[in-house]
Write a protein that binds this ligand. Structure first.
Ligand code: PRT
Ligand code: ZN
Length: 284
């Protein structure tokens, strides 16, 4: 039995998807970019597909699970399960207008023509916001629509914002924040559920590790209590006496979000020789 995983064949999510599988210890040989590839060391088979097709294929059980952007999942609106965020492919679906337009609020979209390939998500947004605007569906190069007189505004994916900028547009409303997610068919076999649970354990270990840092430092013994309270670690920090009287070595794990605050606190309390290292895997 193999779990069939759909990933994007080429495009922005391809490298991240393969890299995540590799970090999970799953090696695949896709040297000549076939339609599918089998992993050497884990019971999965990888299908390479266009991202737009992944929700349908997962729904139809051609693939059991897939890695795909939330923007595609919610636009396609198939009855599949969103199991977990994957931590890559971050972007937002936004409405943008010409930069010289005097835009004050959503009400300014009233009666405008908005070009997009995300008709469902845009429609939902406009209905929720009680705005009447015309949706003009186009499949590519949405950002040029206002410049060639095809629409007044656009609704498209944005990451750095440079595409909007170079096309004389400004982002005015974010309608969805998106990242890649793992989606699954709702009727997986017991065996495939097991494989998926194992895969999720590995993905979580990789994700948790990315958000945490290993920290090693020297601390004066008379400040150990306060320093320990700053770096609580998984259970408690590991404390080892140093060769020098009155000093100990501590190691622990800190979350990236708290990292700089913690370092400041450690220095204020006399910690020295602070080493910080990335963590590769973290199983809680
Ligand atoms: O061939 P296939 O259909 O599989 O690929 P595709 O061309 O439809 O998709 P692709 O590879 O462009 O994107 C795949 C997924 O990556 C998307 O569905 C999103 O989930 C995610 N993603 C993340 C993005 C972006 N960031 C992004 N910036 N997808 C597209 N863009 C485009 C956007 O459409 C715009 O043209 O990049 C431009 C804007 O980028 P900035 O940096 O200039 O703002
Ligand atoms: Zn696509």
């Amino acid at each position: 039995m193999m779990l069939k995983i759909a990933v994007q064949k080429s495009g922005r999510l391809y490298d991240y998807s393969i890299h995540l599988l590799k970090e999970c210890g799953i090696d695949i040989n896709n040297g000549n970019r076939q339609l599918k590839a089998v992993a050497f060391n884990f019971p999965v088979e990888i299908y390479f597909l266009r991202d737009d097709d992944i929700p349908q294929y997962v729904f139809d059980n051609v693939a059991d699970v897939g890695f795909v952007g939330e923007n595609v999942v919610y636009e396609k609106n198939k009855d599949i399960e969103v199991v977990s965020k994957l931590g890559f492919g971050h972007c937002r679906l936004s409405i943008a207008v010409p930069k010289n337009m005097n835009y004050q609020s959503i009400a300014d979209l009233e009666d405008l023509k908005i070009a997009t390939s995300y008709t469902r998500l845009l429609q939902n947004f406009l209905v929720n916001q009680k705005v009447n605007a015309e949706i003009h569906e186009i499949s590519g190069s949405v950002e040029i629509a206002p410049g060639i007189g095809l629409a007044h505004a656009i609704c498209d994916l944005v990451s750095s914002g440079s595409t909007l900028f170079t096309n004389g547009l400004k982002e005015v409303e974010v309608i969805l924040n998106s990242e890649a997610v793992l989606v699954a068919n709702k009727n997986l076999s017991q065996e495939n559920k097991k494989i998926l649970a194992n895969l999720m354990m590995r993905i979580d270990a990789v994700k948790t590790a990315k958000n945490n840092k290993y920290i090693l430092l020297n601390a004066p013994d008379n400040k150990l209590d306060v320093i320990c309270s700053l770096i609580p670690g998984m259970k408690s920090p590991t404390i080892l006496p140093l060769g020098i009287e009155g000093w100990s070595s501590l190691h622990s794990v800190v979350h990236e979000d708290d990292f700089w605050n913690i370092i400041e606190g450690l220095k204020e309390n006399g910690a020295q020789g602070i080493l910080v290292a990335p963590i590769e895997k973290m199983v809680l």
